[in-house]
Write a protein that binds this ligand. Sequence first.
Ligand code: SAH
Length: 246
Amino acid sequence: MTFRATVLTLYPDMFPGPLGASLAGRALSERTWTLDTWNIRDFATDKHRSVDDTPAGGGAGMVLRPDVLASAVDSVADNRPILALTPRGAPLTQARVRELAAGEGVILLCGRFEGFDERIFEARDIEPVSIGDYILSGGELGAMLILDACVRLLPGVMGAASSGEEESFEQGLLEYPHYTRPVTWEGRTIPEVLRSGDHAKIAAWRHEQAVNDTRLRRPDLIERHGGASQAPPSGARRRDTKADLK
Ligand code: SAH
């Protein structure tokens, strides 16, 4: 099944942009996923093709008009979820990305200026999504980011190298730290345990590192997942991507 992405934007020329390169780009040319972009301005109705107007109640900037947004959304809507990029949305999570990637695709609505007239969220089934607690100049980079996160999970895109299930966030923790050759670099040596060949010990060490780093850098994750009670990854399952470091 092909994952279909539709993007509604004032800057369709920004796409595919970085999504045309590397894994996502190859998957796009192999039609593992498809991308179509629509210019929101094409749904304007007045002779100036205006898509925005001044904020009711005053204040700086311009607001995207609900009537124009609705025509754009209605022209592409089908069974796929519709996500609007906005810092007022719920933060995107890997769990939501997994759900999206398992579906038929996604419709992404990119904001500009001060953002969307709020009534669009009442009048249409649109999920407001944030990509983090900072402000971008537009939703396009956020849309690309969501698509990148989804596409890498599509069957065949990442290959056998990584199932992704040990990665950061998948178990409510950051991933453990990685090392590769040279074994000693600038006087720093790869932790001994990783060179021991003892896969149970390695799994336990990695889990401990993951918990420590998460506590230190992302205490919010520990909190959200009910303390650091996570079990270590099942048994001594080894990664099969690389020969042991000797
Ligand atoms: N005035 C708005 C920000 C507008 S930024 C506010 O304070 O909430 C312009 C557009 O950039 C937004 O409509 C949105 O589409 C996009 N954008 C900016 N920051 C974002 C973020 N953190 N997550 C998702 N989209 C964002």
